[in-house]
Design a binder for this molecule. Structure first.
Ligand code: ADP
Length: 318
């Protein structure tokens, strides 16, 4: 256990959930952007709260533990911790914009529970930490889902084979470059969910599970062409993409620039593309710039790689 009062520094990566055909089950972590957090534990008297959250950024997120995803995740962890005389102090510097669709909420939830576990002497398993952090996702979107949390905690590409009971499978992947564009529009997760159809045609389901299996096999065999062919979504994307301006044109021009494929990140509005080389990933970024500049749509881009480590404890004592 880290001694009380000693601050630790935490780096929590952004994540891309859904991975085109893998709606709600596949996701991966990226090296940029990421959130920075600091945490320590101190002795608590009975009158004091068990969690104190301090925001170091401009987003004005709630600091009440029940309303901040980091607090909700920590409350779940403390429920399974036998000592009650502990208070966590958490400073959060969000560098992943909330609501951008690249796992801003998951980074805070996952960062908080990985940090707490480190402070307590790593008593919980990674699966436990995912379970706790899912309580943060419930605060952010109303449902417990793990497709951002799992890659944020485990790193790399992850498959959530089942939520109840929780089963996470980590997948290997060849070197992949990731280009992300975040158009500055708001897509509410609730809207993105409510427009989905509740029934699918069998022929579409067959296509989709062929693509999911193809994508997983492509990642495991480092077969870039198979990965590219499998990055196709016939169920969710045709419905959701209408919420994102210029989606079809952007996808087409990115593919023409050499991207293997890509799609909506999480529930949007960010879009991601995977490429075989850094050079292609930068050419893809240029296409994204040109399209959104032409539409006068303010946007941010990132060219990055898959993060294999997940949440990291950066410095022991600061
Ligand atoms: P993203 O996919 O980028 O995580 P979400 O819409 O899932 O976006 O989550 C963001 C929502 O969660 C916002 O409504 C935000 O106010 C809320 N929230 C509460 N605490 C946090 C936090 N620590 N970090 C990010 N979002 C938070």
């Amino acid at each position: 256990m880290v001694p009380s009062n000693q601050w630790i520094k935490i780096k929590a990566p952004a994540t891309v959930a859904n991975m085109v055909c893998g709606f709600d089950i596949l996701g991966f972590a990226v090296n940029d952007p990421y959130d920075e957090m600091e945490m320590r534990w101190v002795a608590r008297t009975e009158q004091e709260p068990s969690i104190v959250i301090i925001n170091l950024d401009e987003y004005n997120l709630p600091t009440e533990p029940e309303k901040n995803v980091a607090g909700a995740a920590l409350l779940a962890l403390l429920e399974e911790y036998d000592k009650t005389n502990i208070k966590f102090e958490v400073k959060i510097n969000k560098r992943i914009k909330p609501g951008s669709g690249v796992g801003s909420s998951a980074a805070s939830s996952a960062g908080a529970v990985v940090g707490a576990n480190y402070l307590l002497g790593n008593i919980f398993s990674k699966d436990d930490l995912v379970r706790f952090a899912m309580n943060g996702e419930k605060v952010a979107s109303g449902v417990k889902h793990a497709d951002n949390i799992a890659p944020c905690i485990f790193g790399g590409v992850t498959l959530v084979r089942s939520i109840f009971p929780l089963e996470i499978v980590t997948l290997p992947s060849p070197e992949l470059f990731v280009t992300i564009v975040h158009p500055q529009i708001e897509v509410r997760t609730a809207d993105a969910r409510s427009i989905l159809r509740q029934k699918v045609l069998l022929k579409d389901a067959i296509k989709q599970w062929g693509n999911i299996a193809g994508l997983v096999a492509g990642l495991m065999k480092s077969d870039y062409d198979l990965i590219g062919r499998s990055l196709e979504d016939v169920i969710i994307e045709p419905v959701r993409s209408i919420l994102i301006p210029g989606f079809d044109a952007l996808k087409l021009s990115c593919k023409q620039a050499g991207a293997l494929g890509g799609g909506i990140s999480g529930s949007g509005p960010s879009i991601f593309m995977l490429s075989k080389t850094d050079e292609i990933a930068k050419a893809v970024e240029k296409e994204m710039h040109e399209l959104y500049a032409g539409m006068n749509l303010p946007h941010h881009t990132y060219v990055t790689t898959i993060n294999q480590k997940g949440v990291e404890i950066l410095a022991d004592f600061i």
